[in-house]
Design a protein around this ligand. Structure first.
Ligand SMILES: [Zn+2]
Length: 161
């Protein structure tokens, strides 16, 4: 069965950058499970998965613009530490929810210098070329409930209590 809109797809994947360094991967024995065609994965990857079947392996290389976007220097700001009270001890690499002119965004602390903190609202993978190695582990039809919720239930998916 080839992958089409609204099927539940399980994939094993490894994501590397241009230099071959591993940025992310699915855990051993725990594939990523998602509802195809709903924007759960970045568009370029879903496009390449369309039509593939269980057992297929593929390599997908995406330029930054087709991945998490180009790096935008305008999204980097320096703020005084005192504006970040209540977040505990600041460390480089920490991710925080911050109020910005564009609303609440996830920002990464990229530098601590004296009383100033540098916050970067770019996605951590912005500006990077992405190199995915993917193996399709399973393809099945979605249930009515999954379709109405817009996400996958069961192993690898959402659990409602
Ligand atoms: Zn649900």
């Amino acid at each position: 069965m080839g992958i089409t809109q609204d099927q539940v797809v399980s994939i094993h994947y490894t994501l590397r950058d241009e230099a071959g360094e591993v940025l992310d991967r699915s855990a051993a024995g725990e594939p990523l499970v998602y509802l195809h065609g709903r924007g759960a994965l970045i568009a370029g990857l879903e496009r390449e998965l369309t039509g593939k079947s269980t057992g297929d392996r593929l390599r997908v290389k995406l330029a930054p613009a087709d991945g998490y976007g180009d790096y935008d220097r305008q999204l980097v700001q320096r703020v005084p530490r005192r504006t970040l009270r209540g977040v505990g001890e600041l460390q480089v690499g920490m991710r925080l929810h911050a109020q910005t002119a564009q609303g609440t965004r996830v920002v990464t602390v990229t530098q601590l210098s004296g009383d100033m903190v540098t916050l970067d609202a770019n996605h951590p993978l912005a500006g990077k070329s992405l190199d995915f190695e993917v193996e399709v582990a399973d393809v099945r039809a979605a249930t009515e409930e999954e379709l109405s919720h817009g996400h996958v239930h069961g192993p690898g998916g959402h659990h409602h209590h």
